[in-house]
Ligand binder design. Sequence first.
Ligand code: EPU
Length: 333
Amino acid sequence: MFSLINHNSFGIDAKTENFIELKSDDEIDKIFETFNWETKFFILGGGSNVLFTDHYDGTIIHVNNKGKSIIEESENDLLIEVAAGEVWEDFVEWAVKNRYYGAENLALIPGQCGSAPVQNIGAYGLEAKDIIHSVNFREIPSGAKKTILANECNFAYRDSIFKNELKNRALITSVVFKLSKRPSSNVTYRSLKEAFEKKNISNPTPEQIYQTVVDIRREKLPDHREIGNGGSFFKNPVISQEKFSKLLEQYPDLVHWKVDNGKYKLASAQLIDKCGWKAYRNGDAGVHPKQALVLVNYGNASGSEIWNMAKKIQADVLKNFGVSIEPEVIILP
Ligand code: EPU
């Protein structure tokens, strides 16, 4: 049995029967010659969005290839291919340092580049889909090399074709991002806007956005290297206009965003906070004191302890607000 403790950001000491790391094209070729895809498997990137509630009775395939290369470049922008195993935080930092702009709002998100399209990672007014050009993958089980363009990926809020039609059918090997050489800034997200208003900066540079996002995240979110966590544990729920109006009457301070089809997205963090869960702790399982949406492992919590706490939170939010919040984190096995 192989311990996954260093392969999940919750720091859960779950074990797996079989662990295969893919570091090179050769190793990727080989798995398509040897692996029986009819057996139970899970493709793991950085492990920053999974919760192991028990040992994994199958094969964990960890994609960990490296490398990036500019594949097309013009006066204004560039296409850059990044191996799935590259660390996302490092890629964003590297891009900003090299003056390739567009990714800075997504600074410091844990995980690997190959996972970015799977759940269409997002933060501070930007989603991965906004900068993805295409995704290269190997088809399971044939091993055929395929490329899918961003507009074919069915990107949505923390969702994509890779979580649906292509679930367990695609091993992502690299992602092509479209970045800009011309600085431009996206400060639509409220807390980001407020941070610049406080600093009296009206037209922040991408470098300033990068630094500010880093500062906000460091201030509010625990570093999983110090305190185990999986980022936002729940998605933000989307509810009907009718339900929203009723809730707003009761809670005038309800944080919300208007989304498509006249619906409204609420902040799970606020709902959980209002239920009194913020800073809760039972043994080593807890709710982060600065961000109620982040469940944490203070040391030796088991995955099932975290999951049981999550279910209680879910039930409480449903009871108090009539709103069901769903995990963003993938619950295994
Ligand atoms: N809030 C509370 N209590 C809290 C925390 C927040 O009431 O304990 C309220 C705040 O007033 C704030 C609102 O909730 O106005 C929203 O909070 P925040 O801006 O921190 O964002 P979020 O909705 O909790 C989402 C993403 C994050 C992303 C941030 C910033 C999801 C599920 N989460 O969180 O993504 O970094 O916005 O854009 O969409 C992740 O997906 O892992 C993640 C961290």
